[in-house]
Write a protein that binds this ligand. Structure first.
Ligand code: FMN
Ligand code: FE2
Ligand code: FE2
Length: 401
């Protein structure tokens, strides 16, 4: 864990986490940071908790000593969001220090009770409420429900203009240089890509609520964006805000001339349709990505589909349904509400088919709003006629955008 001064008595405490799956399921090839913040006024507040802390008092004292904070100085703990990557430290912390008040939304308070049976010294704050820490430091709170849980708030420190946005504007990726003004163009692009990965796997399903939250945030007089994960946007906070607006719009409806071609096959019969797919997408000047669903983690699939208006599904029939790695990938895409996409199915079957029906059922059950172009399944190896029909279907797919 390490500390950095952001501005005038406001510090970042951060830990790089690698080699685990986020939420026990999402691959993070570049890891993630867990960020907390200390605001020093006459009273000190901690925002979003020391979640990288190992639970040992010595390590906490050592950390606080670096920024000249005594445990007794901490009078407020601000819970922006009760997910344990932000608030899982609180019970360990309470064993060492009791004289503090928790500031959180009423939804967070209910979760605090449900998770940790904690009900005392909790002050429920609502929109535009503020708490004066003394020495010019004032915290102001804004509700941002469902970014990512129903309880989420964002917290502004008014004198420095630092807005602590929790999951909103977060990204994956560990960090050493923690501010946008310390990074070169390539490094910034890396964090933007990691933000897309984070958005697609963690926040995408909440895009309509996120858009509402961003509209609200844009009216707050902030200067710096300090999220719970990733880097701090001190020089150009607009950049990550614009990225997030774009991702949320794309999640709901994407109009890019781009297709994600998802493929999976047992014996390579289905793959015989792949050259035709590439040919038509090139002809129609569609950008496209080929993704083997058996070798690709869900987060990588989702971050690609996020910016595609079309999905081509290439997979065989399996036990009268769709090849299992493909249907589970499609289900994940549906769960993340990557809706309003044009979708085409093709792939091989032996005797009955069934993959297309499984796709339609999934789409109906999950209310995907996918515009399904049609069934271009073929028996065994595709004939010239099969491929010609497929070509027509693909042309139609590109025209449905
Ligand atoms: C375990 C298994 C289950 C299958 N179930 C069906 C089925 O229910 N209906 C059908 O038409 N074909 C079924 N098939 C046949 C495949 O769809 C066919 O072999 C197809 O060519 C495989 O395509 P691939 O080479 O792209 O994997 C099954 C094949 C396997 C191995
Ligand atoms: Fe979260
Ligand atoms: Fe988080």
């Amino acid at each position: 864990m390490y500390t950095k001064l952001i501005k005038d008595g406001v510090f970042l405490l951060s830990k790089n986490i690698e080699g685990i799956l986020f939420e026990a399921m999402w691959e993070m090839p570049s890891g993630v940071t867990l960020n907390s913040y200390i605001v020093k006024g006459e009273k000190t507040a901690i925002i979003d908790g020391f979640c990288g802390w190992d639970g040992y008092p010595e390590s906490l004292y050592e950390l606080l000593e670096k920024i000249d904070v005594q445990l007794e100085d901490i009078k407020y703990v601000v819970i922006n969001h009760m997910e344990p990557d932000h608030s899982g430290w609180i019970e360990d912390f309470r064993k060492m220090h009791k004289d503090f008040e928790i500031l959180c939304s009423k939804e967070s308070a209910a979760l605090l009770e449900a998770f940790y049976s904690h009900t005392d010294n909790v002050r429920i704050i609502g929109d535009n409420d503020s708490v004066d820490l003394g020495e010019g430091k004032v915290l102001e709170f804004y509700k941002a429900p469902h970014v990512h849980w129903p309880d989420t708030i964002v917290t502004l420190e008014k004198s420095t203009g630092i807005l602590f946005t929790c999951d909103n504007f977060g990204s994956f990726g560990t960090a050493e240089e923690h501010f946008d003004d310390e990074l070169n163009a390539e490094e910034l692009a890396h964090y933007e890509s990691e933000a897309r990965r984070y958005f697609a796997s963690i926040l995408g399903a909440f895009s309509p609520m996120l858009k509402r939250a961003v509209q609200k945030i844009e009216k707050i007089p902030f200067e710096i964006i300090a999220p719970g994960h990733g880097i701090i946007w001190r020089k150009d906070p607009k950049r990550i805000i614009e990225d997030y607006k774009y991702y949320a719009d794309c999640n709901i409806k994407c109009t890019n001339k781009k297709a994600t071609v998802l493929y999976g096959s047992m014996y390579d019969m289905s793959l015989k349709a792949l050259p035709t797919i590439e040919e038509v997408l090139k002809e129609k000047e569609f950008e496209y990505t080929l993704i083997n669903v058996m070798e690709t983690d869900y987060a990588s699939v989702l971050m690609d589909v996020l910016t595609s208006s079309a999905i081509v599904v290439l997979a065989p029939t399996y036990e009268y349904k769709m090849f299992p790695p493909m249907i589970s990938t499609l289900k994940e895409i549906a769960i993340k509400k990557l809706s309003s996409r044009a979708v085409l199915y093709t792939g091989s079957y032996g005797w009955s088919g069934g993959a297309f029906k499984a796709l339609k059922e999934l789409s109906e059950n999950e209310r995907t709003k996918w515009d399904i172009v049609g069934d271009y399944g073929f028996k065994g190896s595709p004939t010239e006629e099969d491929l010609n029909k497929l070509r027509e279907g693909l042309v139609e797919l590109t025209e449905r955008i």
